[in-house]
Design a protein around this ligand. Sequence first.
Ligand code: ZN
Length: 72
Amino acid sequence: MNCRVKDELVSQLVALNNKLNLLSPDLVHGDEEREEVQQQRENLYAEIKHHRAKGHEGKPCPAAKQAWASHL
Ligand SMILES: [Zn+2]
């Protein structure tokens, strides 16, 4: 079973991961930016966790059984 919200959350997470990979350690403000992206990722993790557990009117996400943990 698919869930559009889940797909959206996961694609956001993938985008953040990509962004993090692109931030070169040589960048002057790289550390700051990495911290910021990492913080965004933390927030997204929390959102995903909440959605999986009770994102559907207090019930677990029907798509949570799929292996979307592989993105985390
Ligand atoms: Zn869902």
